[in-house]
Unconditional design. Structure first.
Length: 403
């Protein structure tokens, strides 16, 4: 029974820790997902607190998971994970039944689950959590109170710093469809043998004030007593959807410039601001100055936004202004404004305003890209290694520290 208790805590701890970790990598993405929930549930007035709530949520998940793994405050963490599931399991059932939001976002952009898959996952996880709750006073592989305080405090502090760094500097590991190295044209392509959407076609006929639905196989084609009323299509199965399926950029005059940008053989710098009127003026000025230097060095410069308002005093007719869907622009980059370098149609580098290199760096575009790629790969390796090490330490620390 003690082994079963420990295994249950490890399973639940791993799920909660991983869920909090991937949300912490992209806190702004988690905030956008919460906004989707608020819109679906008619709670749009909560939008202003979406970001702080997203940070609290990922911190709580990560902390609860680490407590489970390390045996810190086992009774308290048992209550926390139980309350989590008591709230989110009914919510995921509602999402599965009515589908107001297509993806729960429980594992950020790292793993996408349908609403039914999420509900089933929660049901399976709840079995372990019920067992953990029943055995919440079991002291199997638990830490002393002082050690628990030290372990939990250190983990929460560094994880909060980690979240804030990702919020300021962009996600340290990118799971989005526009991550560095992505060939945009290839990511938008649909294979010839890809499955298409399948629909069930229904015909509605009326006879003697009675309406009835028919399929294509049994509709009354030769029976004149039935009168055709309507036709409807019901989606049976979703076909192939490419990773990038909503990348469309147009000029203020409505001219489509998407292919021109993705097929250009050379360097393009995109300054992306989902809503220019919400960005800080000094950040926009910094971006424009960088763009001007880029233009001088034969790098195309485009300003992408979904906003109908912009600062005319800094954005002139000499700048290429393009409009795109707000959701798409938020998906491409989390910063407002953010900057993306495209080389031969491939995402080569991206920066937030805080990490944007000095404008003069763009006089050597290949060098600035190589610097980004080196730092990006190194950050990813270090982050994954430290996270894995932390998990291993948490699982085995109770066996090396006196209870």
């Amino acid at each position: 029974m003690k082994l079963a208790t420990r295994i249950s805590r490890i399973i639940v701890g791993l799920v909660f820790t991983f869920s909090g970790f991937v949300k912490g990598i992209d806190p702004m993405g988690s905030a956008y997902k919460l906004s989707d929930y608020f819109a679906a549930l008619g709670l749009e007035f909560l939008d202003p607190v979406a970001l702080p709530l997203a940070v609290i949520l990922c911190l709580a998940e990560f902390a609860a998971g680490m407590m489970m793994l390390s045996g810190s405050f086992t009774e308290f963490s048992s209550w926390v994970v139980t309350l989590f599931m008591a709230v989110f399991t009914p919510l995921t059932l509602y999402l599965a039944l009515y589908n107001p939001v297509s993806d729960c976002g429980c594992f950020g952009d790292a793993i996408h689950l349908t609403n039914w898959q999420t509900f089933i996952k929660n049901i399976i996880l709840s079995v372990f959590i019920v067992f953990i709750f029943i055995k919440r006073k079991d002291k199997t592989a638990t830490l002393r109170k002082n050690t628990s305080w030290l372990m939990s405090s250190v983990c929460m502090f560094f994880f909060l710093v980690f979240v804030l760094v990702n919020l300021r500097n962009l996600p340290i590991i990118d799971f989005r469809p526009y991550k560095p190295g992505t060939d945009i044209n290839s990511a938008m392509a649909i294979p010839q043998d890809a499955p298409a959407d399948k629909y069930d076609i229904r015909f509605i006929y009326k006879k003697d004030d009675v309406e009835k639905e028919f399929t294509l196989a049994d509709y009354p084609a030769n029976d004149t007593t039935w009168r055709f009323v309507d036709q409807k299509s019901v989606l049976v199965s979703k076909g192939y959807v490419p990773p990038i399926h909503d990348f469309l950029l147009v000029t203020p005059q409505g001219e489509d410039k998407t292919e021109e940008i993705t097929s250009f053989s050379g360097y393009s710098l995109l300054m992306i601001s989902k809503k220019i009127d919400e960005a800080r003026l000094k950040d926009l000025v910094k971006g424009i100055k960088t763009g001007d230097v880029a233009i001088q060095n034969n790098i195309r410069f485009h300003i992408l936004t979904s906003s109908s308002k912009w600062y005319e005093e800094i954005i002139t007719d000499e700048h290429s202004l393009l409009f795109g869907d707000e959701t798409t622009l938020k998906t491409i980059i989390r910063s407002n404004p953010g900057f993306v370098m495209i080389k031969n149609g491939t995402v080569a580098a991206m920066w937030s305003t805080a990490t944007l290199p000095d404008p003069q760096s763009f006089s050597e575009p290949e060098k600035v890209i190589n610097t980004f790629v080196s730092n990006y790969n190194l950050r990813g390796i270090i982050t994954f290694s430290l996270f894995s090490l932390l998990i291993l330490i948490s699982i085995f620390i109770p066996y090396f520290v006196k209870h």
